[in-house]
Structure formats: structure tokens, C-alpha cells
Design a protein around this ligand. Sequence first.
Ligand code: HEC
Ligand code: HEC
Length: 274
Amino acid sequence: MLKQKIASKKKSLWRTCLPYVVGIFSLIGTTAAAQSSSDMAEEEYEAALKLEPNLNNGRTLYGQCAVCHDPEGWGRRSGIYPQIAGQLPNVIIKQLADIRAGNRGNPMMYPFASGKILKTAQDITDVAAYVSQLPMTWDNGKGSHSRAKRGKPIYEQYCIDCHGKQGEGDNKEHIPMIQGQHYEYLIRQFEWIRIGRRQNADDEMIEQIQSFHSGEMYDVLSYVSHLPPPENKLAPDDWINPDFQKYSRDSEDQFRSSTQKLSIREQKKGLQKD
Ligand code: HEC
Ligand code: HEC
């Protein structure tokens, strides 16, 4: 009788513990999987960095990316696509390696970052080199001037050490250039980094922004969105990528505006006025 009780107790103990045991094992499993996707990405990143870029191959490959990113790589103000033109090459390599290894969720782009399109590390190096030399537009979506003013001291306190004075980033440390980026894109990424939805986020950055309330986030990102790219990275007025002249452009959908004709000096004056 006693034995039976003990046995049934053992059984019920096992029953109570089983979900936890399974939980622990699956946790170990997922950590191991997460570990391996970031390891895989890192390996590919390191391999791609060692290769000499071939711009011709990069141009050919970019034809597939242009479906979403347009031949100019300027993205959309809605933030659905980022401005990728002029991004630092190591940052592009890191993002491509992360996306294809599953270390940054991007279901829309995943098939294009996969081995079907980018067959080798060399392809990653080549397309990254091509994108990084594309001239940028300064006509990105921007936050309000008043928020940008409030965001300046926040940027200087919390972001400048890593992203640089003008948001120029750091190629060697693969810290993204964020100047000229669309406001709505900045908000999405910032929020995803803060809540842990972007797996490849920088731990120190997460720590740094944990206590931000949303007002501070809008302020600092408005400021970032007003940081203009350097003049030597900007496209001339009305520039169309000559490598894709025959590309059929949907003029309604195309991100491009008449304000593109304003000079950078006029745009800077606008910011000072506010
Ligand atoms: C089907 C549409 C699509 C295609 C094709 C595509 N992308 Fe993307 N790409 C996106 C979207 C959407 C994002 C933003 C995802 C997000 O919000 O996290 C993105 C993000 C990126 C980023 C990250 C930028 C950043 O600053 O975080 C890079 C780099 C990039 N794409 C490069 C490429 C390259 C190179 C190709 C071609 C090999 C390509 N993409 C093909 C849709 C696409
Ligand atoms: C400790 C260094 C560090 C600090 C501080 C930091 N960041 Fe970052 N940030 C990074 C790195 C590294 C990445 C890219 C991580 C990756 O994808 O590999 C990043 C990514 C981003 C992105 C996404 C960019 C893109 O193209 O997808 C945004 C936006 C951003 N940071 C904004 C900020 C802002 C605003 C602040 C200040 C409030 C800040 N960061 C503070 C290092 C930092």
C-alpha cells in the first residue's frame, strides 16, 4: 500500500516535473540553435570580409535586390524599405549574413539573401560593395523639427559614442550608418531592438536604451532622421542609376519627389530655422 503510494507520488512528481524537464531541454535546444545561427553568420561575415569585391558581379546580383530596394537603393518614406545606398560595406555584409543564417528575421527578403541568389560569401562581398558605393538621397522621411531639437542632447548622451557625431557609423565595428535613414524605419528597428525582436541587436545598445520612454525614442530618432549624409555621398539632383536604365519604374510607387531638387544647403537652412 505504502509502496504503491510512493510509486504514485513518484509518478505524479514526474508528471509535474515533466513539462519543466521538456521545457529545459527545448530551451537548451533553442539556445543551441540561436547560438549556431549567430555562429554561422559570424563565420560567413569573417569569410566575406577577406575577399576582394568584384563590382561587376555585385551589379548583376543587385538586379534581384532592386525589385524591392529600387535601382537607387533609397528606400521608402513609409519605412517599409530602408535606404541601403551608401551603407557601410561591413554593415551590409553583416546584415546579409545574419538574415540568411536566421539571425535577423526578415521573411520578405529571406529568399533573396539565401543561397539561391547569393551563392557564396564572394557574392555577399560583391553585392555589399555595389550597394555601399551607390550615392544616397538626403530626401529621407523625417521626424518633426521640434522633436529633433529635443532629441539632440539625447543622441549626444546615448548614441554618439557608437554611431558617431553625424550618425556615420563605424565600418570596422559594423555599426550602421544611420544618417539619411527613413524616420519610420528607424522607429521600427529601434523598437525591435529594444523589445528583443531583432536577434542580432547589440547588447550594449539594448542596455543603453532599455529605460527610454516612447517620447524620448521619437525625439532622438527625429534628430537622427535630420542628420544629412555627407555631400560626397549624395546623388546629384534627379539621379537615376545608369546601371539600370531600362528598369521599369512605377512612378506612383517610386520613392522620389520634386523636393529632391532643393539643394542640401537649403535643407540645412530649414533645420536651423525651426
Ligand atoms: C522582397 C523584397 C526584398 C528584396 C528582393 C531584398 N530585400 Fe533587402 N530588405 C527588405 C526589407 C523589407 C528590409 C527591412 C526589413 C526590416 O524591417 O527588418 C530589408 C533590409 C535590408 C538590409 C538591412 C538594412 C539595414 O540598415 O538594416 C540590407 C543590407 C538589405 N536589405 C540588402 C538587400 C540586398 C543586397 C538584396 C539582394 C540580394 C535585398 N536586400 C533584397 C526587402 C527586400
Ligand atoms: C554600444 C554601441 C551602441 C550604442 C550606444 C547605440 N547603438 Fe545603435 N546599434 C549598434 C550596433 C552595433 C547596431 C547594429 C547591430 C547589428 O545588427 O549587428 C546598432 C543598430 C542600430 C539601429 C538599426 C540600424 C539599421 O540600419 O538597421 C538603429 C536605428 C540604432 N542603432 C539607433 C541607435 C540610437 C538612436 C542610439 C542611442 C539612443 C543607439 N543606437 C545607441 C550599436 C550601438
